[in-house]
Design a protein around this ligand. Sequence first.
Ligand SMILES: O=C(O)CCC(=O)C(=O)O
Ligand SMILES: [Fe+2]
Length: 462
Amino acid sequence: MDAFVTRKKRKATGSPGPDSSNHLSEPCSHHDPEEEPTDVKLAMLSSLHPGIDQETLLDFLLAHDGSVPATSESLRAPPPPAKRLGSSVVSQASLRSYTTASSISCGPLPPSKKAKLLSRKGATLHLFDPLDIGEHTPCTIIHNFLPQEDANELLVELLDESKTFEKISFKLFDNVVASPHTSGFYVGTYGELEQQKYEYVYNGARLSDVRKITPQLEKVKARVQTAVNLAIQERIRTRYGGKKLRYQSPQPWCPNAAFVNCYNGPQESVGWHSDQLTYLGPRAVIGSLSLGVTREFRVRRVLPKDRDTDNNDGDSLLDESNPDAEGQIAIHLPHNSLLVMHAEMQEEWKHSVAPAQAVDPHPVSGSRRINITYRDYRPEFHPRLTPRCRCGIATVLRVVQKKRDNRGRYFWMCHAGNVPGKEGCTFFQWAEFDDDGNPKFKLETAGGGKDTSTVSAAATNN
Ligand SMILES: O=C(O)CCC(=O)C(=O)O
Ligand SMILES: [Fe+2]
């Protein structure tokens, strides 16, 4: 592991570097050494010092001018770092009484008249009230979602499944890092199972542990589907001015895959990331069901970045790559709560499950939390159809999140660099969709590849 921090980081040759995610779990693992320095550095430090929370790691990283080896050394030195006291957590039961008169009297605000975001730099705003969550985040929360018995049965079933879950390994710079929690992937039929194993690529590699959906997961799927579709319609009516977002699919949301995460104890977590859009398409919606102990799901908006201020100095640690730049919002996800991540979530926000110092034990799961993300894999994004790079691997779909010029533009890029033992190629291609998010593939480039040397500049430092 020491080599891991002391080795000089490698820049992928010719890589366009428009990173949009930094995820320590499937199916969203991306990283880019140049674009997400703080997140990546925090991920490295987290894996080296799993017992230390991210806020403390960030404090130390800042104190050591962003140097991972120096930070790590200092964290190793006795005495162990004290827990940050006087944390910036702001807690309240509801924001109703804090919002403007108009937002109270007129109901949900149209997008143009958003209530002022009450999170602020360096602070974590804790939201509990579903109305607040709907108004201030791109999510809908439904508490006590399933009949109690169904929730418990599902929890028991998945706790048993999770005994054989594994941490997912991926490549970070030249090193192999394990996700800070375990997970399993489920699909509907044996046919889909074979397809997923042999045709789809996750994080640059085939996923060997694909499982057939369990009876309880299947039973609950229909309820999740109904609730998510209702939530989407409600969101469109109340937040998007009655019209779905551009590139959002007009088709009903129909889950056909489920990632199940197990967080075994308070320290298990998932770092800041956006979920990978490769098989979901743009403006994807995800239904996320939580069981067992309550954990904090944090969200933060990705702040745009001007080209002029790119690469200026070490200040980047203090702005958009800092999770505290605009403030985080913590949504508490208790047992049996369904969180709908709406169409604006993956493109414009990042999310994480922060390590906790302690958790309230759950009568069934003890200190464990199970999370299921139901996903709608769209047939039009089957890897048979999506562009291939020179590595012969289906490329991944990503979006420019930061750089103002190309913010919101999608692109396909090689992902092989994430595979242990492999180098990625320079494939880059802007992705095009019709207004309903259906891909328009350039036939001449599918299976071929395009060098990024000219187009990449447009996306660099996104
Ligand atoms: O555990 C959660 O609530 C979120 C998990 C997650 O973000 C993911 O699997 O992509
Ligand atoms: Fe996620």
